[in-house]
Design a protein around this ligand. Structure first.
Ligand SMILES: C[S@@+](CC[C@H](N)C(=O)[O-])C[C@H]1O[C@@H](n2cnc3c(N)ncnc32)[C@H](O)[C@@H]1O
Length: 222
C-alpha cells in the first residue's frame, strides 16, 4: 500500500496551481520536441498547470494529459475549449492506477494520426512526487500498454538534489530523490525498456535561484 496521502497531495497541488503562473514550456519539453515529429501524439503524465502540454497542443501535437489536480485539469480543458482546440484532452486521473494509465493511452491511440500512430510518453518533475510503490505501479502499467518502439521521456530530481537549496523551501507535500542508477537498471531489467540516454546534472531545470540536480531519461519500449 502507498504511504502517501493522496488527498493531501491533491489539496497541495490544487492550491499551488491557484497561485502558480509559469506559462512557458520547460527546457526539457522543448528539447524533447526537437527529437519528435509534429504528427506524433504525446501523452503527458503529471501535466500540472499545463505549461508543457498547452505548448505542445499549440504547435499542433495531438495530446492527452493527465493530472491528480482537478483544478489544474479543469483550467487546461477550459483553455482548450476557449481556443477551439479539439486535438488536446486533459484527464483527471492517478497515474499510479492501472485503469487511469490504460485510459490515457487508449484515448491517445484513438485520437492519433493514422500515418504516425506511435505514442510518445512524457513526464516531467513527477517521478519524485510518487513514492516507490506508485512509481513501480506506474512503470508496470505503462510498459503493459506501450507498444514496442514507443518512446518514454522522463525528467526528475535525483539523489544529488537532496542537499540543494529549494526556491519553495521545505513544502509540506511528498517528495523523494531518485537513485538514477537503480532507476535505469529497474527500467531495463523489470519494466521492459531499453534505456537510450541518461544524464544527471545541474543547469538543465533552473528556476529563479534554484538549480536542481535532475536526471533526464530517454527509453524505448522493447
Ligand atoms: C512538480 S509538478 C510538475 C508539473 C509539470 N509536469 C511541470 O513540469 O511543471 C508534479 C505534478 O504531478 C502531479 N501528480 C502527483 N502525483 C500524481 C499522480 N499519482 N497521478 C497524476 N498526477 C500526479 C501533481 O498534481 C503535480 O501537478
Amino acid at each position: 500500500m502507498s504511504l502517501k496521502d493522496s488527498s493531501t497531495e491533491q489539496d497541495y497541488w490544487n492550491d499551488f496551481y491557484e497561485k502558480c503562473v509559469i506559462d512557458v514550456p520547460s527546457q526539457f519539453c522543448v528539447s524533447m520536441l526537437t527529437d519528435i515529429s509534429k504528427r506524433k501524439t504525446v501523452v503527458e503524465f503529471g501535466s500540472g498547470n499545463g505549461r508543457d502540454s498547452l505548448y505542445m497542443a499549440s504547435i499542433g501535437h495531438v495530446l492527452v494529459a493527465m493530472d491528480l489536480s482537478v483544478e489544474a485539469i479543469e483550467k487546461c480543458n477550459s483553455s482548450m475549449i476557449s481556443q477551439g482546440v479539439k486535438h488536446a484532452v486533459f484527464l483527471h486521473g492517478d497515474m499510479s492506477n492501472d485503469v487511469d494509465v490504460q485510459k490515457a493511452l487508449a484515448v491517445a491511440r484513438g485520437n492519433a494520426h493514422a500515418d504516425e500512430p506511435e505514442l510518445v510518453i512524457y513526464s516531467r518533475f513527477v517521478m519524485h512526487s510518487l513514492d516507490d510503490e506508485q512509481e513501480k505501479n506506474f512503470l508496470t502499467s505503462l510498459s503493459g500498454y506501450m507498444k514496442p518502439g514507443e518512446k518514454l521521456y522522463l525528467e526528475f530530481r535525483s539523489t544529488e538534489d537532496a542537499v540543494t537549496d529549494k526556491y519553495y523551501g521545505n513544502t509540506n507535500h511528498y517528495r523523494r530523490y531518485i537513485d538514477t542508477t537503480k532507476f535505469v537498471k529497474s527500467l531495463s531489467e523489470n519494466c521492459g525498456f531499453e534505456v537510450n540516454y541518461s544524464v544527471t546534472g545541474q543547469g538543465m531545470a533552473r528556476y529563479k535561484e534554484e538549480d536542481p540536480f535532475i536526471s533526464r531519461i530517454l527509453a524505448t519500449k522493447k
